[in-house]
Design a protein around this ligand. Structure first.
Ligand SMILES: O=C(O)[C@H](O)[C@H](O)COP(=O)(O)O
Ligand SMILES: [Mg+2]
Length: 300
């Protein structure tokens, strides 16, 4: 059963209880490029209280460095080693978990931030935003030249998705023996500043359907992101809390990782999904309307 936070002392004791605060981004800190009211004050409050603040996002469109730029533009203090995105986790997964051989490549469906993280991890790739991939042209299977060095297809949120990209990925996944099907994350929707849009999970769905098989998903709720954090940050799971807006990614990620969870209602999840007649099996430890509510602790 979740604790529905409301009184000032609820927030004050929550902040006292946890030293490490992991924040999801889309739907928690911001909607697109629009900060959620009060978010900046909460982050300042936590830093003033000497708390560790981390950002853990499934959004693979930006690298950790470009996220740092976004935080800067929005006036939010953030350091690269505090930012963990599914693009970074995917690059680490390829370089350090499956240890992709140096003579092998990844066919990418995704954006510049994902490519930047692959480059930073020394992972060779093709496709993505490369104009040489000529993905604006209709796909011709008769003229398609299969690159036999492609050993994995990696699919992330790609606002320029099209049939040619999907067809190329399909060729690699069906014709290169052992070619791995990886996705940065499987969020069904993306809470933009002006409303819901299809998420990364909707971008890879055509491949899952065509192939009749599920990919390996690297972002939340999988443990890879937490493994990336553990490699750089010492934290006590008993004094760590994940703050998110989506039950099947953020809250499940926290539960899988043995840390506490706070659901906010400014993003994807509506409160009746956990309090209604058919509640989700994924129940957060705490619930509040917005992370801005944590500012009430300052009044205590
Ligand atoms: O990939 C997606 O669908 C979106 O980026 C999604 O919103 C994940 O972002 P997060 O809520 O984890 O920051
Ligand atoms: Mg979110």
């Amino acid at each position: 059963m979740s604790v529905r936070l409301s009184a000032t002392e609820d927030y004050a004791s929550l902040i006292d209880k946890y030293d490490t605060w992991m924040f999801d981004c889309d739907g928690v800190i911001w909607h697109g490029d629009r900060l959620i009211d009060g978010a900046i004050d909460v982050l300042r409050l936590l830093r003033n209280r000497k708390k560790t603040v981390l950002f853990v996002t499934n959004n693979a469109t930006k690298s950790r460095r470009s996220y740092r730029g976004k935080f800067d533009q929005l006036g939010v203090e953030a350091h690269v080693d505090e930012i963990y995105g599914s693009a970074y986790a995917a690059a680490v997964y390829l370089s350090s978990v499956i240890k992709l051989p140096k003579d092998k490549k990844v066919y990418v469906i995704g954006m510049a931030g994902l490519e930047e993280e692959l480059r930073d991890e020394g992972v060779s790739y093709l496709g993505g935003t490369d104009p040489a991939d000529r993905t604006l042209e209709p796909f011709s299977l008769a003229n398609f030249v299969l690159d036999e060095s492609v050993a994995a297809v990696l699919c992330g949120l790609d606002t320029a998705i099209n049939y040619t990209k999907l067809s190329k990925a399909f060729q690699y996944l069906t014709r290169n023996p052992g070619c791995q099907f990886l996705v940065t994350n499987e969020d069904s929707t993306y809470p933009s500043a002006d409303g819901l849009l299809p998420g990364a999970g909707a971008i890879s769905a055509p491949l899952r359907f065509a192939l009749g098989k599920d990919p390996v998903s690297i972002g939340k709720p999988a443990s890879t992101m937490l493994d990336c954090i553990k490699a750089k940050v010492n934290y006590d799971p008993k004094r760590t809390i994940m703050v998110g807006d989506r039950l099947n990614t953020d809250i499940l990620f926290g539960k899988n990782g043995g840390i506490s969870t706070l659901l906010v209602l400014t993003g994807i999840t509506a409160e009746d999904e956990i309090t209604g007649p058919n509640p989700s099996p994924i129940i957060p430890d705490y619930v509040t309307q917005s992370i801005a509510d944590l500012n009430k602790a300052a009044e205590h």
